[in-house]
Structure formats: C-alpha cells, structure tokens
Design a protein around this ligand. Structure first.
Ligand SMILES: *[C@@H]1O[C@H](CO)[C@@H](O)[C@H](O)[C@H]1NC(C)=O
Ligand SMILES: *[C@@H]1O[C@H](CO)[C@@H](O)[C@H](O)[C@H]1NC(C)=O
Ligand SMILES: *[C@@H]1O[C@H](CO)[C@@H](O)[C@H](O)[C@H]1NC(C)=O
Length: 327
C-alpha cells in the first residue's frame, strides 16, 4: 500500500515533532513536590524498594525534608549505594538501610521485628517494592513470587507495623497500585493456588496491584478513627527499572514511546509524596489517587465488600497473622 503523497511532506514531520513535544510537556502532574513546604524533622519514614526508581525519589524527597529515612531494600550493595547517594545529595545523616525482601515472609517478619525494637516512632510507611514480568515461580515458602513480593509481603509488613503507626498517629500508609490493576481479576474460590498457576506465562502483576487496592481500602476501614490513614496511588506510566525483566525489543519500544509520554521516576514519585506528606492529604484515607494527585474511583472490581473481606481473610491466613487489629 502506498502512502498518500502529502504524508511525505516535511510539514508532517514538523507537526509530529511539535505534537510529541507538547505531549512531553503535558505529562507532568499538577501537584509538585518541590513546591510543598512540609518539613519532616523528628519524623521517621520507611520506603520499601528504595534503591531505584520511584522508591528512591520518594526517599530522596523525605531526606530533603530532614526525616529519618529507612530504605528497605533486598540488596545490601544496591541499597547501601542509594543510601550514600541520598546522604551526599541532601546532607541528611539519618538515612539508613535495612534489608527487606518482601517476597519472603520470614524476611518481612525479621524486618518488622528490627523496626519495632529499634524505632520509637513511624510516621510514614510507603509500600513501593514490586516486581513485574517475572515467570511463574514458587518460593521456598510455597508462595508465587510476584504475588508474594507485590501483595502478601506488603500486607504482612503493614499489619506488623500497625501498633507503632498507631502509637505515632497521625501517621500515613501508602500503597502503590497501577492503572494495570484494571486488568486484574480476583477469583475468591482460588486466590493464589491454581489460579496463579494458570497464568504461568502471564503476568500476575495486574492481579497483585488490584489486591493492593482492595486490602488498602479494607485496612482504611479498620483504622477509621485511629489517625492512621491509608491511601493507594497510581504513579502513572513511569520509566523505571520495573521493565528490566522484559525482552530487548519490548524495552526498546517502551523507552522510545516513554521518552515522549511517560513520566520520569521523579515525576512519577509525585502522587506518592503527595499522599505521604502533603498538607492537602492530611486526614485523607481509603482514597485512590492517580498520577496527577487527584482522587479517582478504583475499578469496580475493587468495590465488592464481600470479595474484599474474603481477600483480606485469605491474606491473614496465608501469613498466619494474629494481631489485635483483626475484626
Ligand atoms: C491505638 O492507639 C490508641 C492511643 O494510643 C490506643 O488507645 C488504642 O488502644 C490503640 N489501638 C490498638 C488497636 O492498639
Ligand atoms: C493467560 O491468562 C488467561 C486468563 O487468565 C488465560 O486464558 C490464558 O490461557 C493465559 N495464557 C497463558 C499463555 O498462560
Ligand atoms: C496483565 O497486563 C499485561 C499487560 O497489559 C498483559 O500482557 C497480561 O496478559 C495481563 N495479565 C492478565 C492475567 O490479565
């Protein structure tokens, strides 16, 4: 098929470049972290998966605001490197590394124990750590890896830290979800046994992001009146290392398209920072915030109270969770 001749005119090329640049400029959200004056002196924060991407930008922002910042990372080497970089850039000496692998419930429990014995307060918990594009695999604990890393680990961690958050109140919990959660499905008859196995070649990422939204909403309900708030953010489409597990061609296309349309990690961190520390979000709870820091409705799939209750209970039993926060 031949292209119409007018399409080869240079004006078309120019128009496309101008359009692309306009799109490049509009991807910024309306709320800007650098204009927010909140100071976090005397406050303690935890950011999971903080050695790269959005997590690192969030940790950097908290460090600039003089918080004590605990970077919870899987790799000691990469985590320590991020700690040094953030310290150097901000001059904040209260930036530390604590090892956490959210795919392992043993690691989550060990991390929580360390925090509970060493920290006197916890003002902000950002559940950022997550993976995507991994093939189906079962961990030593018998859990599907993507599911354990993105959902069950953060679920357990948050529950184990509730007493400390409650003692520190007002305090804030933030979960990272994704617009991809709309593609997720919750099959309550088989939450993560055969249901996950069927998705061998698929990405259970979508499901885990939907689960995060559901459990965050459920938690917000349980924490009503405590001064501990829980919100969910969609950071937008962000250029991060989250694509590292995909093949070369996919990453190439992602990067080219991404240059024009996607947010940088710094821009992508805005909605998370907004929920974590902004005055505007004070007292706000159970909300789903999109990449422009506006409140939107979560997908309908996250709004069925019966399914939500069932998922919460399944997570409790999968993690053998027994706390007095149970209903
Ligand atoms: C939360 O903290 C308040 C105030 O310290 C306390 O009275 C309440 O019992 C705590 N709630 C739980 C469930 O521990
Ligand atoms: C991916 O998941 C869908 C729905 O869960 C299923 O129908 C399909 O067979 C799966 N594909 C592969 C390659 O496993
Ligand atoms: C999750 O989303 C990705 C990207 O759109 C898609 O390739 C994958 O099949 C989805 N998985 C399921 C189970 O829907």
């Amino acid at each position: 098929m031949e292209l119409p001749s007018f399409l080869s005119h240079p004006a078309w090329f120019l128009c496309s470049v101008v359009l692309a640049l306009v799109l490049r400029l509009q991807r910024k959200g309306s709320w800007e972290a650098r204009k927010c004056r909140t100071d976090l002196t005397g406050k303690t924060t935890i950011v999971t998966g903080a050695n790269t991407g959005i997590g690192k930008q969030v940790a950097l922002d908290f460090a600039r605001r003089n918080a004590r910042v605990i970077l919870a990372c899987r790799s000691r080497e990469r985590g320590q490197k991020a700690v040094e970089e953030i310290k150097k850039e901000t001059g904040n000496k209260k930036v530390i590394l604590s090892i956490l692998d959210t795919s392992s419930m043993a690691s989550v429990r060990a991390f929580a124990e360390r925090i509970l014995s060493e920290e006197k307060r916890l003002d902000v918990l950002v559940n950022n750590a997550g993976v995507s594009g991994l093939p189906y695999a079962i961990s030593a604990e018998g859990l599907e890896i993507t599911f354990a890393t993105n959902h069950l680990g953060p679920f357990l961690l948050t529950n184990l830290l509730l007493d400390l958050l409650n003692r520190t109140a007002p305090s804030r919990i933030v979960f990272l979800s994704s617009f991809m959660q709309g593609l997720g499905n919750i099959d309550t008859s088989n939450l993560w046994g055969k249901n996950m196995e069927k998705k061998k070649m698929n990405d259970s990422y979508n499901d885990t992001k939907l689960m995060n939204t559901i459990c965050a909403k459920e938690l917000a309900k349980r924490l009503q009146g405590t001064g501990v708030t829980v919100n969910i953010v969609n950071p937008g489409i962000v250029k991060t290392e989250a694509m590292r597990n995909y093949n070369f061609l996919f990453r190439l296309i992602f990067n080219i398209v991404g240059f024009f349309f996607f947010k940088s990690a710094q821009e992508g961190a805005a909605s998370t920072i907004y929920c974590s520390i902004s005055e505007e979000a004070e007292g706000m709870t159970g909300k789903y915030i999109d990449s422009d820091c506006t409140t939107i409705l979560p997908p309908e799939k996250a709004q069925d109270p019966a399914i939500n209750q069932k998922l919460w209970e399944a997570c409790e039993s999968a993690t053998n969770l027994h706390t007095h926060w149970r209903k």
